[in-house]
Design a protein around this ligand. Structure first.
Ligand code: BES
Ligand code: ZN
Ligand code: ZN
Length: 467
């Protein structure tokens, strides 16, 4: 689907496009008058639309247009009348429109024998202020296309997206952008002392990879500054069986999406590079398959991490935090001004917030507030849980320094305990942990295709823009 902008009036397109008409009350219907068709969509009054409902409104327009097999549509959205959205400027408005048009149009067709093409080829946005709209639409289109790549990555089955294939995908996606993609193989990972990533990956015949995407869009003068880059770290478990403590029954379903954090980081770096942000941003994706074999790490095994700390593998299904720990320690070498890790880390995050928010955990109150605000602005909504020092006690090891789950296997505070484990490896760094497990897959009210959401790509891009 292409999104275009025009400052002409709808009359110029009556014969070529179906106009979307907004009505206050009634039912959605296709109306034909004098051979001219328009699709009536019920929106209520413009001023009642909020940033949140704007997103779902735009998505439902795409769903309806597709349902009616429309090929080209015109959309007239008077920003001035959307007073409920005036917390944000007009460029945000158009970026949000473009993002949600493209996110709603996405379908995962890779495994269909006869993939259906979306009938909708063009959305023409009509507005008096075509310049501002074009700027917003350009930004939003780039971000959504990248987020849709994250969905492609996450929706690909475990066998088709091994750590090496994930690395190839990242390289391919980032070609023709000003990024440098480096992939470390198992020998280099071992040589660096990443006992966590090696330990989790050793049960699989597909060995781990450590993917680094470096984008530096600063000018020569800014490059001299001592301020370090923003570093995004994404969990890249290409399939999570649970390891020897195998996941029961349906709990293993969709675990090919356990690299959704890594996928979002790859997509974010791609978007940032395409947007040509004048920033230095690094993406790091530790990638491994948590598989079952006689080589798999055993419950009770002890790993020596890159940081030198020893970790007891008390539960082989709590593997994400173990690979992230090595990646977070590695990230120190960049002297980061901010580290954000993104991971489908705990099922407990879904228990806490359902499926409508990313859980954020940080010891820095200002960062917590900022991430909540940027969540609202981007559409990747976030909500915090505490990460107080009181929780550190639950990460103490019996035989090693730290344990990857609370010894005794408490069912309480699972998401916090995961973050508390990671905090051992981020001491002294400005760090936010995003447990994205709740947003790994879409729910019907999202009005998105089933499967991966591509989140929190929009949020990560926004963070990169702000820091
Ligand atoms: N990848 C899972 C978490 C997950 C579950 C993500 C459901 C998305 C949907 C993670 O590796 C895991 O298995 N975590 C365990 C931790 C437990 C053993 C402490 C969990 O959540 O049960
Ligand atoms: Zn697991
Ligand atoms: Zn996992």
């Amino acid at each position: 689907m292409q999104i275009k902008v025009s400052s002409k009036s709808r009359e110029a397109f009556l014969r070529t496009h179906t106009h979307i008409t907004f009505i206050e009350k009634g039912v959605e219907r296709l109306v034909e008058r004098d051979g001219i068709t328009s699709l009536e969509i019920v929106v209520g009054t413009y001023e009642k639309i909020t940033p949140r409902t704007l997103r779902t409104l735009i998505r439902s327009i795409v769903q309806s247009a597709k349902k009616h097999h429309l090929k080209k549509i015109t959309l007239e959205l008077p920003y001035g009348a959307f007073t409920g959205c005036h917390t944000y400027p007009e460029e945000w408005f158009w970026s949000t429109v473009a993002e949600n048009l493209l996110l709603a149009d996405y379908e995962h067709t890779q495994y269909k024998s006869k993939p259906k093409k979306s009938p909708l080829t063009e959305v023409l946005c009509l507005t008096a202020n075509a310049m501002r709209a074009t700027q917003g639409v350009t930004r939003g289109s780039i971000i959504a296309q990248s987020a849709n790549s994250a969905r492609d990555i996450a929706n690909t089955t475990g066998g088709d997206m091994t750590p090496a294939l994930l690395a190839s995908y990242a390289k391919k996606l980032c070609t023709n952008t000003h990024t440098k993609v480096t992939v470390l193989d198992e020998k280099r990972i071992h040589a660096l002392g990443m006992g966590g990533l090696m330990g989790v990956g050793k049960g699989s015949k597909h060995p781990p990879r450590f993917i680094i995407i470096d984008y530096d869009g600063r000018d020569a003068k800014a490059k001299k500054s001592k301020v370090g880059p923003v570093v995004f770290v994404g969990k890249g478990i290409t399939f999570d069986t649970g390891g020897l403590q195998v996941k029961p029954g349906m709990a293993m379903y969709e675990m090919h999406m356990d690299m959704s954090g890594g996928a979002a980081v790859i997509a974010t770096l791609h978007a940032i590079a395409t947007l040509k942000l004048k920033k230095h941003v690094i993406g790091i994706i530790p990638a491994a398959e948590n598989a079952i074999s006689s080589e798999s790490i055993r419950p009770g095994d002890v790993m020596t991490m890159m940081s030198g700390k020893t970790v007891e593998m008390l539960h082989t299904d709590a593997e994400g935090r173990v690979i992230l720990a090595d990646a977070l320690h590695y990230a120190r070498t960049y002297n980061p001004s901010l580290i954000v890790d993104v991971a489908t880390l705990t099922g407990a995050a879904l228990v806490a917030v359902g499926q409508h928010a990313h859980v954020i955990l940080t010891k820095d109150r200002a960062l917590e507030d900022k991430f909540r605000e940027l969540g609202e602005e981007s559409g990747d909504y976030t909500f915090p849980l505490p990460l107080w020092d009181e929780y550190t006690q639950y990460t103490k090891g019996v035989h090693a320094d730290i344990a990857n789950i609370t010894p005794g296997d408490s069912r309480f505070g699972g998401t916090i305990n995961g973050a508390a484990f990671l905090s051992h490896f981020t001491k002294g760094l400005p760090w936010v942990h995003i447990d994205m497990a709740p947003r790994m897959t879409s729910v019907p009210s999202d009005k998105l295709a089933k499967g991966a959401t591509g989140e929190p790509t929009r949020l990560l891009v926004k963070i990169a823009e702000c820091y």
